[in-house]
Design a protein. Sequence first.
Length: 277
Amino acid sequence: MTVKKYNRSNDKLTIQDKEFSSRLMLGTGKYKTLLLTQESIEASQTEIVTVAIRRLNSNKLPLSNNSNLITSLNWKKLWLLPNTAGAKTAEEAIRLACLGRELTKRIGQEENNFVKLEVISDPKYLLPDPIGTFKAAKFLIQKGFCVLSYISPDPMLAKHLEDLGCATVMPLASPIGSGQGLQNMLNLRIIIENSNIPVIIDAGIGSASEAALAMELGADAVLVNTAIAQSQVPKQMATAMKLGVEAGRSSYLAGRIQPTKFASSSSPAQGSNFLYV
């Protein structure tokens, strides 16, 4: 794979005109306690945290205490990425996105128009709906949203969403929450190679090595939730994911050697005659 040109001295993740030092994003569902969520976010050193707006009632959300996730996190250090999880149609996703934008303003992020767009009508495999996603993305972009689209690893859909004006595409590695790792490497490679916007691998990553592999492919970032939240020690897994992402990114930028069919000795064949004197 050809390594895209990057400024290695300032290797920031850029989404539209917003820069981030960390290339690991964290989801906030499935944690057993609020404390575990907080500890994992801190250990991961992430800067982008995604929250399902459907789980919140932002109109009644108290912003004066630390009784829930939104009020317990430091939004001066973290960037809120509202998501439309639970939306089965484009219309539902649009409504949730609008609620999410209201919430970002309430926590003081006036310029935050980010939304992770999810439209999932499939109840069994939870695969994203390509038609509903495209429809909702078109509307939200026209309304000034910075749309990060969650999709199946479909190279043509990814390109159409890029042309539409999406800020990123977020192809799944495998079904959400499954921990099956990267199941469609070919399509992920095609998406990454053809994309002119950040590609964020989302869903299905189960271990730090899989996060590293996603980054070695050339992904710009990964989003992890279940693998951390459902691990035996979430804080430790969050640290492992951080290190995996950093290692994978560094390996990608270094440029791996090309595989060869035959062995190649690492020691020279000549210059060893002194052994036989």
